[in-house]
Ligand binder design. Sequence first.
Ligand code: ADP
Ligand code: MG
Length: 238
Amino acid sequence: MIDLVNVRKSFGDLEVLKDINIHINDGEIYGIIGQSGAGKSTLLRCINGLESYDSGSIIVDDKPVTRNKKELRELRKDMGMIFQNFNLLSRLDVYENVALPMKFWGIDPKTPESKAKIENLLNLVGLKDKMHARPSELSGGQMQRVAIARALINDPKVLLCDEATSALDPRITKEILALLQKVHDELGITIVVVTHQMEVVKQLCERVAFLKHGVVLAEGKPEELFVHPSDDIKKFLG
Ligand code: ADP
Ligand code: MG
């Protein structure tokens, strides 16, 4: 469960999040959609503590997202994240990229259990045959698959996706969304998807919040939200 209550956040004079209230259920695929600059990435970064917030509260799995470094470290272990530009390390191969967070948590990636885990994840994302390829030898879709495997390596309860398909063409986008659905179904994790792409929330999300200038203007099932759209959503849809 992810609970945001009256969350506010400013950068200097710019109020980026204005009284955000969002409740995400365990095992849900929840979308946050809006135009560039709406505050989506900031909201996501507040959820995993990469960014602090000014007031209100954020609770993830009964634990408050605080500014206490030790508590944050523990909390982050439960949250994997993927990005638009994949953020792989080019000097490491696929296997080593997926193993990287293990090192951060003091887990030896060379033990038989670690190896089995990494191979299972590479299987899940369909990249077992690319285990020793470098990122430069992969397509964008393949790189995002590596990033997804890496985000899952510590068995997170939550996967946060920030514009994960925005750099990919429509066909590859569909494949990655299908993979996220599979990850959700097989691992039972909660997924929060931040995007400006309508097709992403339509294909993947059970519920979606429409964010504009740091305000949640509407929330509901994608089909509800977009069948009788408000003027703001109509404008967003173009
Ligand atoms: P989105 O992801 O919806 O495009 P962001 O959360 O990235 O929106 O940004 C929301 C607003 O906050 C934008 O106006 C952006 O310029 C501003 N912003 C984001 N990060 C910072 C920062 N670190 N310092 C100052 N302003 C920021
Ligand atoms: Mg963003």
